[in-house]
Design a binder for this molecule. Structure first.
Ligand SMILES: NC(=O)c1ccc[n+]([C@@H]2O[C@H](COP(=O)([O-])OP(=O)(O)OC[C@H]3O[C@@H](n4cnc5c(N)ncnc54)[C@H](O)[C@@H]3O)[C@@H](O)[C@H]2O)c1
Length: 485
């Protein structure tokens, strides 16, 4: 895999002359000074197997947080960090066959007794046993624990922790989508601490490094494989909460597009939409830095050009898509998400609309709501996006980028993917909108990271804009696959 598309995306974004000051401190997109590192950083992420990529990981960008529940103490400060930092797992390998290097990576980490954590679906697809077989063939026997549940519940994390301890595992290999990876990360840290996982909700409550986690994603897009937080569900009240911190992320990621081929189309599509929102929000974030800009700018054209690979496009497209999602995940993990996530979370909490879909359904309205603080940056994103749409002619693309807003562009993508807009059709009663808007205020860290501070009335107006079923689109309740998450 080459870095070509990413490189040209960066050129298209004008990032060769990107600002050096963090987003909030320079006039928006003011191209101050030039990002001399654009070329070399791209080289650093070159993904012909991505080698042992690893951007310089000097410290933790303090704003790289998502709280998926009530705002925990210590989450309040959001703003542009003075020093641009990107923290990534120590080893990042991307490309076909990346999983074949798992035994070598474990050896490099000094791990000899891994526990493989996965769920029943991934096991049924044959992936977990294939990975276990690779390890066994390399002389590293592994125990497979396939009891990850659909909601990443606290009790599931604790059962997984028990399995880590019962097998004396010295490392954890997470094979699956975001749910398996988040459970594995939380359990690996909990195994080195005491108590229950809810006791660690919030930021940096883990004080010791846990068992090293190697993430092997089987869905493109969740970003869990590069992030330092795990999003979990409380069995007490059904609420989502996050355990986050610099000791909670995977130490290695082996992202192999061949493992994503069997992922359910709706799961992969929703995760990729989430990933696109990660890139967009990271680019518009107050906490954005030149380094996260670089990654977000590379992610947008890769994801928008290749997102249909979640259905039936060839493996080469999946490879590009996985790479784009990885860029987006690292951008989000370091610049944090924004208001789209804040309005998306309550939809998942209350109606179990899958996280990525919930974000996508509110994204056009939220992008309009934050336009005043991010107009130039939104235009830059439209330009990146239009250049990536291979189906349109150069003239059409040029006209589109002159006239289309980012919200219109996003809505058009949903149409292209056959996603019917209108929260009404996903089981959201109009009478609930004020309560949803009230819920949003509980997501202070992401809300405060948006380019414009949204008050209750603006949030409610955004929900109202996203609610109706547009005239001329199919009516009736949209069934969610499995009505899950
Ligand atoms: N920590 C983070 O940074 C972060 C970011 C975004 C989302 N998330 C979390 O990720 C979770 C969602 O994860 P997800 O959408 O990746 O999916 P998932 O892990 O929930 O998996 C969904 C379904 O797809 C199946 N599946 C996955 N890969 C497969 C494959 N290759 N072949 C066959 N079946 C496969 C699974 O068995 C499962 O039934 C949510 O809990 C969300 O909160 C975490």
């Amino acid at each position: 895999m080459t870095a070509g598309p990413a490189t040209s995306a960066l050129a298209a974004a004008g990032l060769a002359a990107a600002r050096l000051a963090p987003a909030g401190s320079a006039s928006d997109g003011s191209a101050a000074g030039g990002l001399a590192a654009a070329g070399s950083a791209t080289d650093g992420l070159r993904a012909a197997g991505l080698g042992r990529a690893g951007l310089a990981a000097g410290g933790l960008a303090s704003a790289g947080l998502v709280a998926a529940g009530p705002v925990p103490a210590g989450f309040a400060a959001v703003g542009p960090p003075a020093v641009a930092t990107v923290t990534v797992p120590r080893i990042v390998e991307v490309g076909p066959g990346a999983v074949d290097g798992l035994a070598a990576v474990l050896r490099e980490l000094g791990a000899v007794r891994p526990l493989l954590v996965t769920d029943a679906g991934v096991r049924a697809a044959g992936i977990a046993d294939r990975v276990a077989g690779l390890l066994a063939a390399a002389g590293t026997p592994v125990t497979v624990w396939d009891a990850v549940d659909r909601q990443a519940t606290d009790s599931c994390v604790e059962s997984c922790r028990d399995a880590v301890l019962a097998t004396s595992a010295d490392s954890v290999v997470a094979v699956g989508g975001g749910t398996s990876i988040d459970v594995a990360k939380a359990a690996a840290s909990l195994a080195s601490h005491g108590g229950t996982i809810t006791g660690y909700a919030g930021l940096d409550r883990f004080t010791r490094a846990g068992r090293p986690v190697v993430a092997v994603p089987t869905v493109p897009g969740s970003g869990a494989e590069v992030s330092r937080h795990a999003t979990l569900t409380s069995t007490m009240d059904g609420r989502r909460f996050a355990v986050s911190g610099r000791l909670a992320g995977p130490v290695a990621v082996l992202a192999d597009p061949d493992l994503t081929v069997t992922a359910p189309v709706d799961v992969a599509r929703n995760a990729c939409l989430d990933s696109l929102v990660h890139a967009v929000e990271a680019y518009l974030a107050k906490a954005a830095t030149p380094l996260t800009d670089l990654l977000a700018s590379a992610a947008v054209p890769l994801i928008t050009r290749h997102i249909e690979a979640t259905a039936d496009r060839p493996t080469a497209d999946r490879r590009q898509l996985l790479l784009g999602c990885l860029y987006a995940g690292i951008a989000m993990a370091n610049a944090n998400a924004g208001a789209v996530h804040a309005l998306g979370y309550p939809l998942t909490n209350r109606y179990r609309i899958p996280h990525g879909l919930a974000n996508a359904l509110v994204a056009p309205a939220v992008l309009d709501a934050v336009l005043a603080g991010s107009e130039l940056r939104q235009r830059q994103l439209v330009r990146l996006w239009s250049n990536s749409t291979t189906a349109t002619s150069a003239v059409t693309a040029c006209t589109e980028r002159m006239t289309r807003s980012l919200s219109t562009t996003f809505a058009a993508l949903l149409g292209r993917l056959g996603i019917a807009p209108g929260l009404a059709r996903y089981g959201v009663p109009e009478a609930d909108l004020p309560a949803l808007a009230a819920d949003v205020t509980g997501y202070g860290p992401v809300l405060g990271n948006a380019p414009v501070r949204l008050d209750h009335d603006t949030i409610l107006a955004a929900y109202r804009a996203a609610w109706p079923v547009p005239v001329g689109t199919p009516r009736g309740r949209t069934q969610l696959a499995g009505e899950s998450r």
